[in-house]
Design a binder for this molecule. Structure first.
Ligand code: H2U
Ligand code: ZN
Length: 388
């Protein structure tokens, strides 16, 4: 793990706590900008004023914009009503292909595993043995993508979720994610660890589980995050996401934090209750996380997912996944590990669809990131109050 704390742009920003710096005479003498900007500390008033106007927010990780139209939440039709997802009550389900001792679709029998279990996806989207064929004909280009897909169970218990598991149980899942990343990183460049939870996100089964897809190429979003973090590091000297952590700490978009991690609804969130989970110290990949960081991660994951479940009083669907430095990349000083949580729901029964304008132009949201964070913080404190 890199122990060196970043320098550079961090020093040019507001400290993590304490009063904002006084405006310098030099800056007040500068010509007035034609558009009002928030150089330095973000004022609550200006942000509130911005939220009353349709506006676009910049996503520096993906180098793209998102349209925010908060006033639209007042419109009468609020979207398709989704039936509440039925949670599973069985600790063991004889029909589940993930429960210990059960048969999978390809006829294999799962071992009687005590905690977690990993197997190669029986219907893998990537195969290690693909022939190296390239196709290049004018505008038509293709290349074979070797890789592998694995399925990971998080528990032998069919009825649990990460939010309902104990810290040591979630820590075991984190250790598994890290081990798998290290092993697959020997052969593949991009190791995508993720979880689809809930039928709405296409999860095939209520048994707590995730997936890993590992491939030779750098997929689209990974390549973008690599490029934006590299450019930021070259220009500013710091790490994009650690400077972002410094800017967000103590602010209106923070959902939860501990000494090692920050959970925030990003300023540029696309999904209604999207969050970003970032280690507060330089960390490139999951295997680089030390013991205390992993324990702190288990704690914050349980709290964050608990807040999601409490938000609408339902088992909250989402896709989550880790972005980490590509394996065997020579220049990797610009990378900071992080997890994205993308939940589709606007309310207990209404989901956000990425259609129309989103498919054709750019992402649009109604609820502001600040409103979403406030509701998640309220859910977190409701849970804390309700806890025995
Ligand atoms: P979800 O994470 O979206 O539920 O997907 C689970 C994966 O499990 C899915 O990719 C695989 C499917 O191909 N699977 C098996 O590998 N074996 C089975 O017996 C059923 C499903
Ligand atoms: Zn099961």
């Amino acid at each position: 793990m890199t122990t060196q704390r970043r320098q550079g742009s961090r020093d040019r920003r507001r400290p993590a706590s304490g009063p904002p710096p006084d405006p310098s005479p030099a800056s007040s003498a500068a010509p007035a900008p034609s558009v009002e900007t928030t150089a330095g500390p973000e004022t609550a008033g200006r942000l509130a004023a911005l939220a009353r106007e349709p506006h676009r927010r910049y996503n520096p990780l993906l180098d793209e914009w998102v349209l925010v139209s908060a006033e639209r939440t007042r419109r009468p039709w609020q979207g398709r009503q989704e039936p509440p997802a039925a949670g599973s009550v069985l600790a063991y389900d004889p029909t589940c292909y993930l429960c210990p001792g059960n048969k999978r679709a390809n006829g294999e029998i799962n071992p009687d595993y005590p905690t977690t279990f990993v197997f190669t996806n029986d219907f893998a989207a990537l195969r290690p043995d693909s022939d190296a064929i390239a196709f290049d004909d004018g505008l038509l280009r293709a290349e074979v993508e070797p890789g592998t897909c694995r399925v990971l169970t998080f528990s032998r218990r069919h009825d649990l979720t990460l939010a309902a598991m104990t810290e040591p149980e979630v820590r075991a899942v984190i250790d598994l994610w890290a081990e798998q990343t290290a092993e697959l990183g020997e052969r593949y460049q991009w190791i995508q660890v993720f979880e689809n939870r809930g039928e709405m996100m296409g999860a095939s089964n209520a048994h707590p589980h995730g997936q890993i897809w590992a491939g030779k190429a750098l997929p689209h979003d990974a390549a973008r995050e690599d490029r934006t973090q590299l450019a930021y590091h070259a220009e500013q000297g710091g790490l994009l996401l650690l400077d972002y952590v410094d800017q967000e700490i103590g602010g209106p978009r923070v959902v939860d934090e501990n000494d090692e991690w920050l959970a925030v609804v990003p300023f540029w969130a696309a999904w209604p209750y999207e969050t970003l989970l970032i280690p507060r110290h330089p960390t490139r990949r999951l295997p680089d996380l030390g013991g205390p960081q992993r324990d702190a991660l288990a704690r914050i994951v349980i709290r964050l997912l608990g807040a999601y479940d409490d938000l609408f009083g339902i088992s909250f669907p989402y896709s989550m996944g880790w972005h980490q430095a590509p394996s065997r990349q020579q220049d990797e000083d610009h990378w900071q590990l992080h997890a994205h949580f993308f939940p589709p729901l606007l309310s207990a029964t209404v989901r956000k669809f990425m259609v129309g304008y989103e498919l054709l132009a750019e992402t649009q949201r109604d609820l502001t990131a600040e409103q979403a964070a406030e509701r998640l913080r309220a859910a977190l404190s409701r849970r804390a109050t309700a806890a025995p």
